[in-house]
Design a protein around this ligand. Structure first.
Ligand SMILES: *Cc1c(COP(=O)(O)O)cnc(C)c1O
Length: 403
């Protein structure tokens, strides 16, 4: 079929590598070597061993009984929340740091918003004894204290970014700027399926372990290796890309993705880049971008810092444009209710990002025989401050049967 990337780094009309001249060599070197390195037996052995013994893979595929009963179909949760550092991001940072080492790079940089990618990067840098700088907006530094403290304890430097709104997009700009000044010895670990080619494809491949596992886990449980629905949340798109990777060309599988509606897609306070974005260039890639009438990037808003990005990776732009995926917007309040519901039904406190995927379940109509796999991309520990603001209200709604 052709939902994967072409030689120039395009998914249909999306993607490519729009980079400053100074980064040209860096990026083309990476383009030329990433597939070869990833296919080396010694690389695969080291990567898979770390995924098993360090990350704790395979992550369980858990049949959520009480949630299934309530929604009216069979719902399996892919438990990326149980990974070391609490989310799927570590699958990618382990892969990229092994690649950086093989390329002879000594210094690692990364951007972070909520701090989850910064944490996953600082973690693997401690593991591999590499120098590490994490670019982070000053507003996010204030909002995400616990992750900042962990990153620093791991020995990485947090570089505050004061430009723009002091959030993820500004941190990414600054990381690219730094990389442009130190292209030869620095490796930039991008945290999602965004950025110039080959990053979107490389990150999707590192995350594809998720769907690789879903296949054999479902075969064991259901006697068939495919579900009727796959459901995941989309920020830049990496956990979703990993969840759907091995099913892209399997038309029996419906792909449902949840982007963050914020206060609502028409409220002006949203991160729904597929519903509300227009084609533009952001961070080296041609994608749907939230922008105003003059083409200026519009700030994204979501209660979830990990979904608070004004663009979405090129793979997902193309899937949506080709109608291969169904993209639903899930608003803050819907995500909060879904998080509370999972907590009370299954004893699992999900990350706010993952709660958006759970919120999408309410917008679908299932047959009782449907098999659904939903990826819980991360755990809710980092979001407790936010949850605590709403738990009194949510528990009231719960007692009244409104959730
Ligand atoms: C970063 C993050 C996301 C969003 O990133 P994607 O690349 O879209 O997966 C989702 N969930 C969690 C828990 C995250 O940390």
């Amino acid at each position: 079929m052709g939902f994967s990337v072409d030689k120039e780094g395009y998914y249909g009309e999306f993607g490519g590598a729009y980079i400053p001249e100074i980064l040209h060599k860096c990026v083309t070197d990476l383009q030329h070597c990433y597939l070869e390195v990833m296919q080396e037996e010694s690389f695969k052995r080291e990567y898979n061993l770390l995924l098993r013994d360090y990350v704790g893979r395979p992550s369980p595929l858990y049949l959520a009984g009480r949630l299934s009963e309530k929604i009216g179909c069979k719902i399996y949760l892919k438990r990326e929340d149980l990974n070391h550092t609490g989310a799927h991001k570590i699958n990618n940072t382990i892969g990229q740091i092994l690649l950086a080492r093989r390329m002879g790079k000594r210094r690692i940089i990364a951007e972070t918003g909520a701090g989850q990618h910064g944490l996953a990067t600082a973690t693997v840098c401690a593991l591999m004894n590499m120098e590490c700088s994490i670019f982070m907006g000053n507003l996010d530094i204030a909002r995400q204290r616990p992750n900042v403290e962990k990153i620093e304890m791991l020995g990485a430097k947090v570089v505050p970014v004061y430009s723009g709104s002091g959030t993820l997009k500004d941190a990414t700009n600054e990381a690219i700027r730094y990389w442009s000044c130190h292209p030869s010895d620095t490796y930039y670990i991008i945290g999602s399926t965004v950025g110039p080619h080959p990053y979107p494809d490389m990150v999707a491949r590192f995350q594809s372990v998720i769907s690789e596992e879903i296949k054999w886990q479902l075969k064991e449980r259901e006697g068939r290796d495919y579900p009727d629905y796959l459901v995941a949340c989309v920020g830049g798109g990496s956990n979703a890309a990993g969840t759907i990777y091995h099913y892209l060309d399997d038309e029996r599988v419906r792909i449902v993705l949840a982007e963050a509606g914020g206060y609502g897609v028409d409220s002006g306070q949203t991160a729904a880049s597929i519903a509300r974005g227009k084609v533009g260039i952001l961070h080296g890639s041609r994608i749907y971008v939230l922008q105003n009438e003059d083409g200026q990037i519009q700030e994204a808003y979501s209660i979830s810092a990990g979904l608070d990005y004004p663009g979405v990776g090129p793979l997902h732009c193309n899937l949506a444009a080709q109608h291969r995926s169904t993209v639903l917007s899930v608003n803050d309040d819907e995500a909060l209710r879904a998080a509370y519901e999972l907590t009370r039904l299954e004893g699992i406190i999900p990350a706010l990002e993952s709660a958006h995927a759970l919120g999408a379940l309410k917008k679908l109509h299932f047959q009782p025989s449907d098999v659904v796999v939903l990826t819980v991309s991360g755990r809710g520990d980092k979001d407790m401050d936010t949850y605590l603001k709403y738990t009194a209200h949510l528990s009231e709604e719960w007692e009244k049967g409104l959730i």
